[in-house]
Design a protein around this ligand. Structure first.
Ligand SMILES: O=C(O)C[C@@H](O)[C@H](O)C(=O)CO
Length: 272
């Protein structure tokens, strides 16, 4: 199996708390992005002291209470399935704080991390704060919920976005990359993809590759898998009959999403 593809686990770390994914700088090639996917049974709680990382807590499904021990946000989260295709609530918590999440219903949360030194205010990012975009045409159509885009100064490094790709369509396409710290042309951002499919037995293909093909991995990705994108282009292809959802976490030395399309395929964007 590719080193860039992670399958879900079920590691019970406390009663009713299961860690499904844990990507860290120790167990992955990533330095700027880390993440956890955590399942909480009704009434279960998860607590974490952050240290020198900032965290965006995404209420992926279910309802949760979140506190940073100063502010508390009750009953956040808007959906039972991501395929309701409505935005959800998230909470940004800065480095050197402690947060706790309590499940009001059974819930799945995604914890998005990046190294951070400068404290910023804790912030509830409400579902209605997400900007919504419909991108692409022909077989390149996708719906985007921007949770933490680079236009929102709430975080030091983190960028978080949700993308829905229709059946038989492609996204992160034409292939683009952001692996050179060469602004204004391109920014360096690592990225993770947390994938779900509807119906859940579906799969998608994701290719991660560089110009010189020293990295060139094409993965069959299933429901609940995570794909790591340390560098390179990273298009996603969705088979007929299945819808795709993914949550992207990006971070790098500068908090700007400036991507570079692979020139050979840029004509895709120019079609009338
Ligand atoms: O518009 C899309 O197809 C989504 C991608 O831009 C995705 O968020 C990504 O690749 C970010 O670099």
């Amino acid at each position: 199996m590719s080193k860039l593809l992670r399958k879900p686990n079920q590691v019970e770390v406390a009663p009713g708390v299961k860690v499904i994914h844990e990507v860290t700088s120790e167990n992955s090639p990533l330095e700027y992005v880390a993440m956890k996917v955590v399942d909480l049974a009704l009434g279960a709680s998860y607590r974490e002291e952050l240290g020198k990382v900032e965290c965006c807590i995404v209420a992926l499904t279910g309802k949760i209470n979140v506190t940073d021990q100063q502010e508390t946000f009750d009953e956040i989260g808007t959906r039972e399935s991501v395929f309701e295709k409505k935005p959800t609530d998230s909470v940004y918590v800065s480095n050197d704080r402690t947060f706790a999440v309590e499940a009001v219903t059974e819930a799945r949360i995604i914890l998005c991390y990046s190294p951070s030194e400068k404290q910023l205010p804790t912030r509830l990012i409400k579902a209605e704060d997400n900007s919504i975009e419909h991108r692409g045409k022909y077989n390149n159509k996708r719906l985007v919920h921007n949770i933490l885009p680079d236009s929102d100064p709430s975080a030091n490094s983190l960028l978080v976005v949700e993308v829905f790709t229709e059946s038989g369509n492609w996204s992160s396409y034409p292939p683009h990359k952001h692996d050179q710290d060469n602004l204004p042309h391109e920014s360096f951002l690592e990225e993770t993809y947390y994938h779900e499919m509807n119906p859940r037995q579906g799969f998608v293909f994701q290719r991660v590759y560089t110009d010189d093909r020293s990295l060139d991995e094409t993965m069959a990705v299933e429901n609940g898998d995570v794909v790591l994108v340390p560098v390179g282009y990273h298009p996603v292809a969705v088979p007929d009959g299945y819808e795709s959802y993914y949550l992207n976490i990006m971070a790098g030395p500068k908090r700007i999403w400036k991507f570079h399309n692979e020139p050979a395929h840029e004509w895709i964007l120019e079609r009338k």
